[in-house]
Design a protein around this ligand. Structure first.
Ligand SMILES: Cc1cc2nc3c(=O)[nH]c(=O)nc-3n(C[C@H](O)[C@H](O)[C@H](O)COP(=O)(O)OP(=O)(O)OC[C@H]3O[C@@H](n4cnc5c(N)ncnc54)[C@H](O)[C@@H]3O)c2cc1C
Length: 501
């Protein structure tokens, strides 16, 4: 067993109980070179910030920190204490409807900088920890020290402006059996032993989006667990460079992107999804928040506002992405001269209706938010799960309409930007691939972007992301079922029945 290498961050070393100066993008990029074990094509990546497959998105991530550190954005992106210390709004525990709205607007600002294409920006899991720190009693059910640990970890993340991501779903090895009945008890990530100083975890967890770009992994489980699965009912914070933690990203799309003209989105915004392997990873007790407790493991999602804060961010990000998507569709119609056709307007009207539903449901979550006995504001879960439940159907519908509207436009393109640079090919390309309103180069720039968004491997991964990032839709609909006020409806029916015949 080996100890975790202390994780150096931009803010480490500042006095306990005070916030470090806001982190800049350059400081963030430097912090990625911390020895984390990331593997691609059978080889260990030396530095995520400079590796060609990851550097483009690392720059986009760094920009998030620069936006937050910009003094002109202080009101939008941060909260300032009476003594003048700034922390990210992402970590704010909302105590009024205005606070909740301000958190959402900060998320929209971050997501606008990536066109909603980076889903797991730091504000996603920050929302969960703000929710946990708001209701630490849920963790205290396993022992007061676990509640103290979760609050301390929240403060560490907040005061150092850190980025945590999470892996909360076990691998799809054999879902017909519970965790403890898998052919090997260390297939799913779980406790293998404890010591006076902490616990040791081995096994795998399915997915940590943006794991390679984060400071910390929150390892827990949202899948239903049953008696016998106690070793997998945990919640722990693990630094990304912890010894024994190995990250296996799926194929990075930027490594297939030859240039930013032909691959404008996949070269910059591929947040990466990685399979997580834990090989005897040691976690000190102070980073353990849930320990072998199935009930607390379940309650963290539903009895704190964490899941709602994290997914309000996800919806703010999604609404931003849809705004960008409908902009692409509108400009493609304009460039082909189809924009004024009544059937096109009707189809665009359908997409616009769906985009508007997602956008206005953000406000519904805020307007119908409730305040608990401790003065903490909880987003309206009925509104949140309603829009999340529909997302896996709305998203393919919108993409399908855009495909319908564009015909072969995204396909009849030059093979690459080099066709514009060659004396042999440029004349034909410039002459015949233009539109009535745009040069061939302008047209190609727009259509390559649209293809990257919709048709490329990057675009297709996004469709899978929107379907599953919040869990499979049958589970999201169960959340909706639990949140909906059925009694109000059955009371109406009973009243009508009481009218008699
Ligand atoms: C691109 C992407 C990024 C993600 N990022 C993260 C991340 O950062 N962190 C994280 O923890 N998770 C993440 N997830 C989500 C997570 O890993 C799972 O994909 C999600 O929870 C769904 O679980 P699953 O993939 O195991 O699918 P399953 O649970 O196996 O479901 C797949 C399908 O099987 C059927 N099915 C299975 N069980 C049932 C049942 N009991 N009743 C009815 N139908 C059933 C349904 O059709 C369902 O849609 C991400 C997912 C994707 C696709």
């Amino acid at each position: 067993m080996t100890m975790v290498v202390p994780h150096m961050t931009a803010g480490s070393g500042h006095p306990i109980g005070s916030a470090a100066p806001l982190r800049t993008g350059a400081e963030y990029l430097r912090s990625l070179d911390d020895g984390r074990a990331v593997f691609v094509d059978g080889e260990r990546v030396k530095n995520v910030a400079t590796h060609p497959a990851f550097a483009g998105a690392a720059q986009s991530c760094a920009r998030l920190f620069d936006i937050a550190a910009d003094p002109a954005m202080a009101e939008r992106m941060t909260v300032t204490s009476a003594s003048g210390e700034q922390t990210l709004r992402a970590y704010q525990i909302p105590r009024s409807h205005a606070d909740l709205r301000a958190k959402r607007l900060a998320s929209e600002t971050w997501s606008a900088s990536t066109y909603g294409l980076i889903g797991r920006t730091p504000d996603h899991v920050a929302g969960f920890f703000a929710g946990y720190a708001a209701v630490p009693e849920v963790f205290a059910a396993g022992g007061q020290h676990f509640a103290d640990n979760v609050v301390s970890f929240y403060e560490e993340l907040r005061d150092n402006h850190l980025w945590a991501t999470y892996a909360i779903v076990p691998p799809q090895i054999d879902r017909s059996k519970p965790a403890h009945q898998q052919s090997d008890p260390t297939l799913y990530a779980g406790v293998v032993r404890e010591t006076d100083a902490g616990i040791v975890i081995s096994g795998a967890q399915q997915l940590a989006t943006a794991g390679i770009y984060s400071d910390y992994l929150y390892l827990s489980c949202i899948h239903p667990l049953q008696a016998g699965d106690e070793n997998y009912a945990i919640g722990v914070g693990i630094p990304m460079n912890a010894e024994g933690l190995r990250l296996y990203p799926r194929r990075p799309f930027a490594s297939m992107a030859s240039n930013t003209f032909d691959h404008p989105l996949s070269s910059r915004f591929d947040e990466s999804d990685c399979f997580v392997v834990l090989d005897e990873v040691f976690v000190p007790w102070e980073k353990v928040f849930i320990y072998r407790n199935i009930e607390v493991c379940r309650n963290q999602w539903w009895k704190t506002p964490g899941h709602a804060y994290g997914n309000l961010q996800a919806q703010a990000r999604y609404a931003t992405k849809l705004r960008f998507m409908i902009g692409l569709a509108k400009m493609m119609n304009e460039i082909t001269g189809n924009d004024g056709l009544p059937p096109v307007m009707i189809q665009m009207g359908e997409i616009a209706a769906l985009v508007s539903i997602v956008e206005t449901m953000l406000e519904a979550q805020e307007l119908k938010a409730t305040i608990d006995a401790n003065g903490v504001v909880w987003p309206c879960k009925e509104a949140l799960y309603a829009v999340m439940s529909l997302q896996s159907e709305l998203n393919p519908r919108m993409i399908e309409i855009i495909r319908e509207l564009t015909g072969a436009a995204m396909i009849t393109m030059p093979s690459s930007i080099k066709d514009f640079e060659s004396e042999v090919t440029a004349p034909d390309i410039e002459r015949f691939m233009r539109s009535g309103t745009a040069t061939a180069r302008e047209r190609a720039a727009l259509l390559r972007m649209a293809w990257d968004f919709i048709g490329s491997e990057f675009g297709n991964r996004h469709q899978q992301y929107e379907k599953f990032y919040g869990g499979a839709s049958f589970l999201v609909k169960q959340n909706m079922y639990r949140s909906f006020d059925f009694k109000r409806s059955t009371a109406m029916v009973n009243e009508a029945l009481a009218l008699g015949v």
